[in-house]
Design a protein around this ligand. Sequence first.
Ligand SMILES: Cc1cc2nc3c(=O)[nH]c(=O)nc-3n(C[C@H](O)[C@H](O)[C@H](O)COP(=O)(O)OP(=O)(O)OC[C@H]3O[C@@H](n4cnc5c(N)ncnc54)[C@H](O)[C@@H]3O)c2cc1C
Length: 55
Amino acid sequence: MKKLVILGAGTGGTIMANKMRKALDRDEWDITIIDQFKTHYYQPGFFILYIFIKI
Ligand SMILES: Cc1cc2nc3c(=O)[nH]c(=O)nc-3n(C[C@H](O)[C@H](O)[C@H](O)COP(=O)(O)OP(=O)(O)OC[C@H]3O[C@@H](n4cnc5c(N)ncnc54)[C@H](O)[C@@H]3O)c2cc1C
């Protein structure tokens, strides 16, 4: 089994993991994504929260 390790599960890391999962054969490639946090919050979405708080 080939291994692909992605460091950082932020915006770039999660996009890359999703793209590579679709591009690489599931039986041939194992994808691991490493981050200090278990949850990623999409930062541009914070602006929507700010707008709701201000209204
Ligand atoms: C409020 C806000 C609004 C934004 N709005 C926009 C927008 O409208 N449009 C736009 O294009 N951009 C916007 N941005 C910027 C955009 O969110 C960032 O440019 C983007 O998240 C960067 O992606 P990244 O994958 O490089 O880093 P990140 O998404 O920050 O991911 C890096 C990951 O690496 C992990 N990591 C770092 N060091 C370590 C370590 N030593 N060990 C383990 N894990 C580690 C972190 O925990 C993190 O999960 C906004 C940012 C903020 C804060």
